[in-house]
Design a protein around this ligand. Structure first.
Ligand SMILES: *[C@@H]1O[C@H](CO)[C@@H](O)[C@H](O)[C@H]1NC(C)=O
Ligand SMILES: *[C@@H]1O[C@H](CO)[C@@H](O)[C@H](O)[C@H]1NC(C)=O
Ligand SMILES: *[C@@H]1O[C@H](CO)[C@@H](O)[C@H](O)[C@H]1NC(C)=O
Ligand SMILES: *[C@@H]1O[C@H](CO)[C@@H](O)[C@H](O)[C@H]1NC(C)=O
Ligand SMILES: *[C@@H]1O[C@H](CO)[C@@H](O)[C@H](O)[C@H]1NC(C)=O
Length: 824
């Protein structure tokens, strides 16, 4: 079949002719070959196809990229799984209609398209859309294409591509991420159009669902309100018995925009900005922590503005209250009043939400909402219903069966859903608010208590530090027996309950400094005149005494001037208390985010704080005998002594790890939203690099004096990280600086801090520097690497921000009609 037997001369002649016209050609026929180094270009000059090596790799691949832009951006790869190791590859078209990649020396076929039907004069043509097709030279009907690259995308959806299912051939078009910058072979993440039940987009890691977009609602995906206002492209969903797919179309061919699945598992629409010569991220999926699939369990509801983010829907309560307190929301919520289908149920309306997962849904396009209600009521298994298509003000019917998961509260642009409820809930209506408030404050209290299974720092005047530590400890040290504790030669100063009661004036409210995650904190004065801070652990702590002691001893081995000192503890009767040095300036957040107090923090103090935190953290990660990952670094856990020197505190969620092991996996993600890295929030994967991310957030907060969470800007919808990155890319980083902060004379330190901060919050953990590199970066003047895009930089104010500036929704309303597949 293959025609490797050309006489050499013939081939050479041809090479020359290909070479001569290659830059203007968009087609290869059976008499031509494309050698490494040569390319073909689509007729309008948008796309170019040829051989390339990704980043630092020397492997050769056949791929496609934008010809018009300066940054090499590969959008499709032919032989992604089978690289060439040298430049002897050639691309050619052979009978009966295949495009093949061959090794020129031995004729071995590395990669090939396929076809089921032969044609007379096959050619391969690169279309203006970026579709590489094999077809008959004289037949331009897309129906008759033998093969097209649009059916075999790598990580990018092109304008005009059908992203989804062809039911006739059983073929699915989906994305799979590159393994890394250097390696285009299929990585961990894949992105699908899933028509099961009712269409939604699904992001998976391997086979594990990470994110679902919410169902298509005629205008957009339910969980993506920001999709609506959009001057760049229109999009839509087609659903009929032959095919089901999502597709978009650019409104102006001079716009360069693509949807790509990154190696880290983030789907993002990028648009090329000619002015800055860079790709700008337009939309990401998932957008924020609340987009994690099923984070809050069945009938749970996620609101990114709340802390913790998960709550139960109104009239529902946690199924596992104990787990719920501990931020384990997986068991979800149940109705407070059980259903009684025989006695007649009712429906309650819930508004402004991202509709739940439709995997177990059915729909009917012609029903009205009222008919929908009747249909749901008649079927005892039906849990909820809503309008199917809101593009015409609401039509059709979508029915849910079983538990409702993946609900998110949206500020605006959310949808209504009607959830089945026992009729006796109607009578409870008047008491509703009351009940809600009680249960809300109760659950907040419990979460606060539960979040920190604590572990405490402890120290005597002899400088033995200890860290508090929570949950199950990973470290072997913790499993040692009690008798060994004494052999360690560490003294455990035990305070007497009476002493502490006296020191705090019987825990008087006047002495209360605040409320930590695990109980109140008091200021106290010992008889010998020493000031102390005392944390009184809540009694709900389920930590055993031995475990508690073990932890304290373990942590006693840590000592560093940027880690808070423990003075002792008290374990008596029901009380578990921890005593540590009193920090006269309390915590960083109280000063930094207070408009009045923050003026006290001049740049040298801020820089001192940044460096101090970096050193303390480097010690935890690398230098201490126990290597510790803090997992909950944030401004409120940085205490300041009288000299404004920072000390890391609150090791309630810390984990220690063995020598080489620098990370672990947890099914229970705890920490503080706004400071948590994407891989930790999404995959439960924590490592020293998740601490580095939190550190980077803090650095940017210290420079700007603003919180990452809750940050808003009138010009865009990014959070602080996104804002900092935008300014950085435009070389305007200094505009980030707190307005009331004088930085003259310190510009280079300020710029360096911002740059390092951005390096620390990069999306891929492997790109972030280690803490020891960070300390080095602050310590010398060497050049820093370019920062890449940060993780989680889209703020929650997306909708509001867009709304206030845009009144023109019409241009984006989808023009593609939707026809409906009948319910199964
Ligand atoms: C290129 O690599 C292939 C094997 O991958 C080998 O057969 C061929 O001889 C190599 N060509 C050159 C010019 O080194
Ligand atoms: C072409 O190859 C792909 C896999 O490489 C396969 O899924 C598909 O069915 C093949 N199509 C034909 C027409 O042989
Ligand atoms: C497309 O965009 C270019 C440049 O932004 C503009 O000049 C042109 O008028 C636009 N074309 C259409 C059809 O909107
Ligand atoms: C892009 O910007 C350059 C100048 O930076 C300008 O010459 C060029 O015409 C612009 N291209 C488009 C398509 O706007
Ligand atoms: C959809 O609803 C209409 C009106 O109730 C009904 O006639 C039709 O059979 C339904 N279709 C399906 C597939 O259930």
């Amino acid at each position: 079949m293959s025609n490797t037997d050309f006489p050499l001369l013939f081939v050479l002649t041809f090479l020359m002719s290909v070479h001569k016209i290659s830059n203007t050609m968009d087609t290869i026929d059976t008499t031509q070959i494309l050698k490494d180094g040569e390319t073909i270009v689509s007729s309008d000059g948008t796309f170019e196809l040829g051989f390339f090596s990704p980043k630092s790799s020397t492997n050769r691949y056949v791929g496609m990229w934008y010809k018009k832009i300066t940054v090499m951006t590969v959008v499709w790869v032919a032989n992604r799984e089978v690289p060439l190791t040298n430049t002897s590859g050639v691309l050619k078209v052979i009978e009966p209609g295949l495009i093949v990649l061959q090794n020129d020396n031995n004729g071995v076929i590395i990669w090939s398209s396929n076809t089921s039907q032969p044609v007379k004069t096959p050619v391969a043509k690169l279309l203006d859309s970026g579709n590489l097709v094999v077809k008959d030279a004289n037949d331009d009907d897309p129906e008759n294409f033998l093969w097209e690259s649009f059916n075999y995308p790598t990580d990018t959806i092109f304008s005009g591509m059908k992203f989804g299912w062809n039911f006739k051939t059983g073929q699915e078009v989906y994305l799979s991420s590159w393994k890394s910058d250097d390696d285009p072979s299929s990585g961990d993440f894949n992105y699908h159009f899933d028509p099961t039940g009712y269409p939604q987009h699904v992001l998976k890691k391997g086979s594990v669902v990470q994110f679902k977009s919410g169902p298509w609602n005629g205008l957009r995906y339910s969980g993506a309100p920001n999709l609506r206002y959009n001057p760049i492209y229109k999009y839509g969903v087609i659903l009929n018995k032959n095919e089901a797919y999502f597709s978009f179309e650019l409104l102006n061919s001079s716009i360069i925009s693509r949807f790509t699945l990154s190696e880290c598992g983030v789907g993002q629409r990028m648009t090329w900005i000619n002015r800055t010569q860079e790709w700008a991220v337009y939309i990401t999926a998932p957008t924020d922590n609340c987009d994690i699939y099923g984070l809050c369990g069945a009938f749970g509801s996620c609101n990114i503005a709340n802390s913790p983010v998960c709550g139960c829907l109104d009239r529902f309560q946690p199924k596992d209250p104990e787990g719920w307190e501990n931020a384990d929301w997986s068991k979800g919520c149940g109705r407070r009043t059980p259903l009684n289908c025989q006695k007649g149920d009712v429906f309650f309306k819930y508004s402004d939400i991202k509709l739940p997962d439709t995997q177990y849904s059915r729909f009917n396009k012609s029903m009205t909402l009222n008919e929908c209600k009747v249909a749901c009521l008649r079927n005892c298994a039906c849990t909820a219903y809503s309008s199917l298509d809101i593009s015409t003000g609401g039509s059709g019917c979508l029915l849910w069966f079983g538990d409702l998961v993946n609900i998110k509260e949206l500020d605006e642009e959310g949808q209504d859903i009607y959830i089945r409820m026992a009729s006796s809930e109607l009578e409870l209506k008047d008491r509703k608010r009351e009940v809600l408030e009680v249960s809300l404050s109760l659950s907040i209290g419990m979460v606060l208590i539960g979040l920190c299974l604590m572990l405490f720092l402890w120290k005597r005047t002899k400088r033995n530090h200890m860290l508090r530590k929570g949950g199950r400890l990973v470290d072997n040290f913790m499993n040692r027996k009690n008798d060994e504790i004494h052999n360690e030669g560490i003294q455990l100063p035990l305070f007497d309950l009476n002493t502490l009661t006296k020191a705090t004036d019987n825990f008087s409210i006047d002495n209360k400094l605040g409320e930590g995650g695990f109980g109140p904190v008091y200021k106290g004065l010992l008889e010998e005149g020493q000031e102390i801070a005392l944390k009184r652990l809540s009694r709900n702590s389920r930590q055993g005494l031995d475990e508690f002691k073990n932890e304290v001893i373990c942590i006693a081995k840590l000592q560093h001037r940027n880690i808070v000192k423990l003075l002792g503890c008290c374990i008596q009767r029901e009380e578990n208390m921890v005593v540590y040095e009193y920090m006269s300036n309390r915590s960083l957040d109280l000063i930094l985010f207070d408009p009045m107090q923050s003026t006290e923090l001049d740049w040298p103090k801020r820089f001192h704080i940044i460096i101090g935190i970096a050193r303390g953290l480097m010690y935890l990660h690398q230098d201490s005998c126990l290597r510790v990952i803090h997992r909950d670094l944030k401004a409120s856990n940085i205490l300041l002594d009288s000299d404004m020197s920072p000390k890391i505190s609150d090791f309630g969620m810390a984990r220690s790890f063995e020598g080489n092991d620098t990370g672990a996996n947890t099914s229970r993600v705890v920490g503080t939203y706004g400071y948590m890295s994407p891989e930790y929030v999404i995959d439960g994967l924590f490592s020293v690099k998740s601490d580095v991310f939190s550190f980077g957030v803090m650095v940017l907060e210290i420079v700007t004096g603003k919180r990452n969470r809750g940050f808003s800007h009138r010009d865009h919808h990014h959070n602080l990280l996104g804002h900092a990155w935008m300014l950085y890319k435009e070389g305007r980083s200094l505009e980030l600086v707190d307005a009331c902060l004088s930085i003259s004379g310190y510009w280079s330190d300020v710029l360096r801090s911002i740059h390092v901060g951005l390096l620390c919050v990069q999306q891929c953990p492997q790109d972030r520097p280690s803490m020891s590199s960070v300390v080095l970066m602050f310590g010398n003047e060497g050049a820093l690497p370019q920062a890449k895009q940060p993780g989680f930089f889209a703020g929650r104010d997306l909708v509001t921000a867009k709304n206030s500036t845009s009144t023109n929704a019409a241009c984006s309303i989808n023009q593609v009609t939707i026809t409906l597949l009948e319910a199964r």
